[in-house]
Design a protein around this ligand. Structure first.
Ligand code: PAF
Length: 281
């Protein structure tokens, strides 16, 4: 396992890789869990060289408290990665190394993908994600980069970013990994109480039933049903439920035969914001 902290060290590491063999990049903000490990394992199976970046990116946090409380667990992360393979390279820069003395965010035109759902509730979040992902892709120059479908909107925006910035990298989306009770794996789950971690299984259970209902009911009926279920649950506070076209992320008007849809939710549990989504057809 190699750990590099600066762009210079990263460049020298990359130059030691065999040029004819591609690099797989797994960008993360650390606090690694089984969801990240699934991305890392996939990257290892498809690339000769794998770089995992660990960087808590300040420009994508609209909520300062969330940034301050975001777990930073480099040692534990390195140990977990080592269990998977000791050939992984880790790039864990400081904020200054990436942004210099001004943490500036680039402004992108994601053609509306960033205006719905997370974009509506998290100001400038996707410009922050775009800024760091573009930076990492340009520094590491991977052939493939891996992202989880839990952040499905982010995944679609990163595919758009690659077009906008004209980067030659394949963006690979990987299925959501869930805890045994169905709760989508997230670094934020660590901040939930034991009881809430059980209770939050309600999110996936509700999405699953919504999927079944989507077969026979209209999108509005499904959305109303989900809203109703959360209203009955006083421990979980639903911020939004949306059903959208998977490609354009535009909210569904009327079901169309050849369009694939997904349902998305953001939920507050003990003031921790959790997101989840499910393919509906
Ligand atoms: O999904 C994440 O963990 C982050 O948004 C990412 C892609 C690593 C960018 O900071």
């Amino acid at each position: 396992m190699v750990l590099v902290r600066t762009k210079k060290e990263l460049a020298s590491l990359l130059s030691s890789f065999d040029k004819t063999r591609g690099i797989g990049l797994v960008p993360t903000m650390g606090a690694l869990h089984k969801g990240h490990m699934a991305l890392v394992k996939r990257a290892i199976s498809e690339n000769e060289n794998v770089v995992v970046s660990i960087f808590v990116n300040p420009t994508q946090f609209n909520n300062k408290e969330d940034l301050v409380k975001y777990p930073q667990t480099l040692e534990a992360d390195m140990a977990l990665l080592k269990e998977v393979s000791n050939t992984i390279s880790v790039f864990a820069p400081t904020v200054e190394e990436i942004y210099g003395d001004k943490t500036k965010t680039k402004v992108y035109d994601f053609e509306g993908l960033d205006k719905v759902m997370e974009g509506e509730f998290r100001d400038d979040h996707f410009n922050g994600v775009g800024t760091i992902v573009e930076t990492l892709l340009k520094l590491v120059k991977p052939k493939k980069a891996y992202f989880g479908e839990k952040d499905f909107q982010q995944l679609q925006i990163i595919k758009k970013l690659v077009n906008i910035a004209n980067l030659s990298v394949e963006i690979i989306g990987c299925p959501i990994v869930r805890e045994a009770n169905g709760l989508a794996m997230s670094s934020r789950n660590e901040r939930l109480s034991k009881t809430m971690r059980k209770e939050a299984a309600f999110i996936y259970k509700t999405l699953n039933t919504a999927k079944k209902k989507f077969g026979t009911k209209s999108a509005k009926e499904v959305i109303d049903w989900v809203n109703g279920e959360f209203q009955k649950n006083s421990d979980l506070d639903l911020e939004y439920i949306a059903i959208t076209d998977v490609d354009t992320l535009t909210p569904i008007q009327k079901k169309q035969k050849d369009v694939k849809y997904r349902a998305f939710v953001a939920v507050y549990a003990e003031s921790i914001r959790l997101i989840d989504n499910i393919a509906l057809n």
